[in-house]
Design a binder for this molecule. Structure first.
Ligand SMILES: *[C@@H]1O[C@H](CO)[C@@H](O)[C@H](O)[C@H]1NC(C)=O
Ligand SMILES: *[C@@H]1O[C@H](CO)[C@@H](O)[C@H](O)[C@H]1NC(C)=O
Ligand SMILES: *[C@@H]1O[C@H](CO)[C@@H](O)[C@H](O)[C@H]1NC(C)=O
Ligand SMILES: *[C@@H]1O[C@H](CO)[C@@H](O)[C@H](O)[C@H]1NC(C)=O
Ligand SMILES: *[C@@H]1O[C@H](CO)[C@@H](O)[C@H](O)[C@H]1NC(C)=O
Ligand SMILES: *[C@@H]1O[C@H](CO)[C@@H](O)[C@H](O)[C@H]1NC(C)=O
Ligand SMILES: *[C@@H]1O[C@H](CO)[C@@H](O)[C@H](O)[C@H]1NC(C)=O
Ligand SMILES: *[C@@H]1O[C@H](CO)[C@@H](O)[C@H](O)[C@H]1NC(C)=O
Length: 377
């Protein structure tokens, strides 16, 4: 049902953009198409959490996960519980601003909470996964600020199964006075052999960072191609992995949790603590036939002038120090007619919501019929 509802949405946008003479019909590129090395991707998913108000994550393409894992299965002294209520939107009060006061105070953005009360033997955390399960090779980016309380794991990852997974995992106990770290991991057949522990495999790197990830927002990114996974922070390359590269389509995940395992998450924290996400931007190829047919119809003959270059984020996307505009980052979905055939989610700053609001659900069948005609031409 959800899948159907979301899958129907690109057609709405497509219909408008066809009529309005869109850009980016042939996709989105990492680097210029004239550069020695570039990659073109057909699909995007963009979330601007500084300007999203609804607590129903499905309205912006995600599903909140709700499940429990016993201490034994969690392989730590505590079990884990994931609750929908631990995911909270906290947009900027001024919908037209990119920095400033938020609705509930603290950093604006999507907050994933780990709770401090673990007296019943479980630590309550947050996890969400994309509704879409068709995401393949692409460039995946998140603007976020990690927990300032020691004892949690905050992760941005892509998952197909336990041997095809790309992870960026932040352990807040690894943050110290001047530095931080991120664990870069490919879960591979080797990590399955090692009991789902990648730490003794070659696809695991504890990457030190010359800043504390809990002090400011930074952009963490991975570019996944058939040949490699390249990890970046604020546009600078951190690591390249070339073995055991995933080949299947999957979903993106974000989570924040603790199980008290002294060798990994440590903790658990003694008080409620959140990690905050300012945006997620993913540009990728799809395994979905309907999406791919749609791409072929809007880009019948590949034309590099109809490819839009994805801007590189080269500074921390954080408006709290120095440049107040630094948190203002580019969204194709907020630039008129730059997201033909893509899912576009409503935001409080009005950008991108017009198309969807213009046609209420009641008009959907009519519109799909109309689009079918256009595509049929
Ligand atoms: C983009 O260019 C940089 C610098 O030349 C290169 O390292 C990177 O691999 C390129 N990215 C892609 C996706 O080709
Ligand atoms: C992504 O899809 C485009 C369009 O079909 C194709 O040209 C490109 O080679 C694909 N990229 C990868 C890495 O598969
Ligand atoms: C959340 O949003 C989805 C997609 O718009 C909708 O189908 C669902 O009913 C909503 N859930 C609730 C609890 O409102
Ligand atoms: C497990 O999940 C259920 C809901 O699915 C919840 O009511 C319960 O409190 C959770 N925690 C434990 C420790 O069972
Ligand atoms: C994605 O989900 C759909 C609907 O649940 C399913 O039919 C399809 O096989 C899934 N695709 C992948 C690549 O897992
Ligand atoms: C993951 O999927 C791949 C491809 O289908 C398969 O070869 C592999 O055995 C799977 N891994 C696990 C842990 O199930
Ligand atoms: C801080 O953490 C980094 C990375 O984990 C580590 O290399 C460094 O030695 C630590 N510094 C101090 C002062 O603990
Ligand atoms: C990983 O290697 C270390 C040291 O080489 C060893 O002590 C540890 O038991 C290994 N862990 C696993 C899960 O194999």
């Amino acid at each position: 049902m959800l899948r159907d509802a979301v899958a129907a949405m690109p057609w709405l946008v497509l219909a408008m953009s066809r009529l309005a003479n869109a850009n980016c019909e042939c996709g989105y590129s990492v680097n210029k198409t004239s550069d020695p090395s570039f990659a073109v991707y057909t699909n995007l998913l963009e979330n601007d959490f500084l300007h999203i108000k609804t607590d129903n994550v499905t309205e912006f393409g995600w599903r909140a996960q709700e499940y429990n894992v016993s201490a034994e299965d969690a392989r730590g002294p505590y079990g884990k519980e994931f609750f929908i209520e631990n995911i909270e939107t906290n947009p900027l009060k001024d919908a037209n601003a990119w920095t400033g006061d938020s609705d509930h105070g603290g950093d604006a953005g999507l907050q994933l909470w780990v709770r401090g009360d673990h007296s019943h033997g479980y630590v309550s955390g947050a996890e969400m996964a994309t509704v879409r399960n068709d995401t393949l090779y692409g460039s995946y980016r998140i603007g976020m600020k990690l927990s300032a309380e020691s004892g949690t794991c905050g992760a941005f990852f892509w998952f197909y199964n336990n041997s095809q997974e790309i992870d960026l995992e932040f352990l807040s106990h690894q943050f110290n006075q001047s530095q931080g770290a991120v664990n870069l991991v490919l879960q591979t057949p080797q990590s399955v052999i090692h009991g789902y522990d990648a730490s003794n495999t070659s696809d695991f790197k504890v990457q030190s960072l010359d800043f504390r990830p809990d002090e400011r927002f930074h952009e963490y990114r991975f570019d996944w191609s058939p040949e490699s996974v390249q990890f970046y922070v604020d546009g600078k390359i951190l690591q390249v992995m070339t073995n055991n590269i995933p080949t299947m389509p999957g979903r993106m995940f974000v989570n924040h949790w603790s199980n008290g395992d002294p060798k990994w998450s440590a903790g658990p924290p003694e008080r409620d603590t959140s990690m905050t996400i300012s945006y997620i931007k993913a540009y990728f190829n799809s395994s979905d036939t309907a999406q791919n047919d749609e791409y072929k119809s809007r880009c019948a003959n590949f034309d590099p002038s109809k490819v839009c270059q994805i801007p590189d984020q080269t500074v921390p996307p954080d408006g709290s120090l120095g440049d107040a505009n630094a948190a203002k980052t580019y969204f194709f979905t907020q630039d008129k007619d730059h997201a033909p055939g893509q899912e576009v989610f409503a935001t409080t700053n009005g950008a991108s919501s017009g198309v969807i609001r213009l046609f209420g659900a009641a008009y959907l069948p009519l519109l799909v019929a109309l689009v079918s005609c256009i595509v049929g031409l």
